[in-house]
Unconditional design. Structure first.
Length: 279
């Protein structure tokens, strides 16, 4: 399954073959995605909360640590996720939160998952049906087996920033240290490259083409054979860098520093670079 699916492609699935659809709308600072879901969602979509279903509780591991495998399996089965049945995930922003759900499903060994290109807005723009009905899906049977996507520890992220390319998916003003609204310290991992996740999508909210994304990453210093990874504030929007690289045709999955800056910045012994340079 390709990593992106258009609203037209999703709508064309016959009912008997329809993918599991997960609504993962979430916003830093609210309002809660569950409220948006209650106001309207794709037919058959099940809401999956980023904070409780797609992450472990915040703590030493950061603001959105990877979820406990057993807990994630319960949540995915409750949503009806099954082996061999495709999954489509969507949000109502730039696809970054949906990318987190995409990454998690890939991480636990479910290969048939795609992000809805353009998200909820693109679905509405096509005049397609939405509903307030909350489905009761048949429980799924997915077996969660973590490890199918590469992850980075803090030390590995630090090394990759020097020996390869480590993309920072946060807004550029957070990379430079001009502002830090949520984490203990401002700045970025020394050696990391600023690559805001907001630039993966065009003005219409749909993802840029493979060639456009490939050109973007090349302009940021990525070359053939160079190891690559990504981080962000809490491991959510960095997932969209992994997705964008796959869309761009990168041959291997990029590694994700799941704890990201919310984990790195908790340790005063770890350095923080500021300003527009890699440091």
């Amino acid at each position: 399954m390709r990593p992106l699916i258009s609203p037209a492609e999703l709508a064309a699935f016959p009912d008997r073959d329809r993918p599991v659809v997960l609504d993962v709308r979430w916003r830093l600072g609210g309002p809660p995605g569950a409220e948006s879901y209650q106001e309207g969602h794709l037919p058959g979509a099940v809401f999956a909360d980023l904070d409780t279903a797609l992450a472990a509780p915040p703590g030493e591991g950061g603001r959105h640590p990877l979820p406990d495998p057993a807990a994630l399996q319960r949540e995915l089965r409750k949503a009806g996720v099954r082996a061999g049945r495709p999954v489509v995930v969507y949000d109502d922003a730039d696809g970054s939160v949906a990318a987190r759900a995409w990454w998690l499903l890939r991480w636990v060994g479910h290969p048939e998952v795609a992000v809805l290109d353009g998200g909820y807005a693109a679905w509405l723009a096509g005049g397609r049906e939405v509903t307030t009905d909350v489905p009761s899906p048949e429980p799924g049977d997915i077996e969660v087996r973590p490890g199918a996507m590469p992850v980075l520890s803090a030390d590995e992220a630090a090394a990759l920033a020097r020996e390869g390319v480590l993309f920072d998916a946060r807004a550029h003003v957070r990379y430079t240290g001009e502002t830090e609204p949520v984490d203990p310290r401002a700045g970025h991992i020394p050696g990391a490259v600023s690559a805001p996740s907001s630039e993966h999508a065009g003005a219409d909210g749909r993802w840029k083409s493979p060639s456009e994304l490939a050109e973007r990453f090349a302009s940021l210093g990525l070359a053939d054979g160079v190891p690559v990874g990504a981080y962000c504030g809490s491991g959510v929007t960095a997932s969209s860098v992994v997705l964008a690289l796959e869309v761009a045709g990168h041959p291997e999955p990029a590694a994700l520093y799941a704890g990201s800056w919310s984990h790195w910045s908790r340790d005063p012994e770890r350095p923080a670079a500021t300003g527009p340079e890699r440091g």
